[in-house]
Design a protein. Sequence first.
Length: 220
Amino acid sequence: MKKIIVIITLCLAYSVNAQVAMSRYIQVKDGQREQFIKNAAMKTKIFNSIAGQTKFYTFNITTGPRTGEILRVRVEDSVQLMDNSNQKELDYWVKNVQKHHTSSNSILWGLNKEATYLPNNDSKKMSRVIEYNIKSNSLEDFWRFRTRVAKAAKESGANVHMWVWDCVSGCDGNTVWVSFGHDNYKEFWEDDFQKYNERLVEWSRPTYDFMMRADLSTKL
């Protein structure tokens, strides 16, 4: 039913007005990582650094089978905004960045707000993600459980940042990412998280982590 992946983070009844994200994995070519980072950082500074510009978030994959790859995520407040594009921005990437990498596995995600819990607007440097692949006849039970998890986190007062993303397109089956944000490994095991975790059996499986690259991401 489930497996864990590295990352970086829809509703049961998907809404076109829900926050959405488009993710892809980037494989930097051998010997070209420094140039890729330099050019991608400049592209981010020019086209993705101020309000009104396209929002991108970039993560180093630090554990699991994709270790060493990069996760690049575009986030929009509605699926309609995915139609918007800046040709100069696209041309800049193609000319200066694309030659240094290949990419794979583009996936469109939608945020399930009822199952998501964010106690504040603090940005987090690390993401620990669990991937669920859900049987079609178990979707109702799964989403009931996830909304209860969010409620338990809120009632516990834990400083836990939890995003729940439902795959809209690009997945094999009913796939969901549950992403937990934290600043470092020490914070992840602080007492407030343990207070939340006592209510759940959430970590009885392997996990993988992402580390955000601020120089390649829109400022949160």
